[in-house]
Design a protein around this ligand. Structure first.
Ligand code: ZN
Length: 74
């Protein structure tokens, strides 16, 4: 049995929405260069580095699947 080629891309397109409402993510009104894109950002990531929320969300979708498995394997 043969199937027509699928047109749906196989890469993961799942959107990740981070919850950065916590005060810990607010940089106190100082804008510092985002560690991912280099543009000025008000927010801080989980490690306290300047970062846009959208940049962090995009980065999360680009983590290789095996590194995610490794993080949760323990
Ligand atoms: Zn950024």
């Amino acid at each position: 049995m043969t199937h027509p080629p699928r047109r749906v891309p196989r890469r993961m397109t799942r959107r990740i929405g981070l919850d950065w409402d916590d005060r810990a993510h607010w940089g106190g009104g100082r804008r510092l260069p985002c560690h991912l894109c280099g543009r000025l950002a008000f927010l801080r990531d989980e490690q306290g580095r300047p970062c846009h929320k959208t940049c962090a969300e995009t980065a999360l979708t680009q983590i290789p699947a095996d590194s995610i498995d490794g993080r949760y394997a323990a």
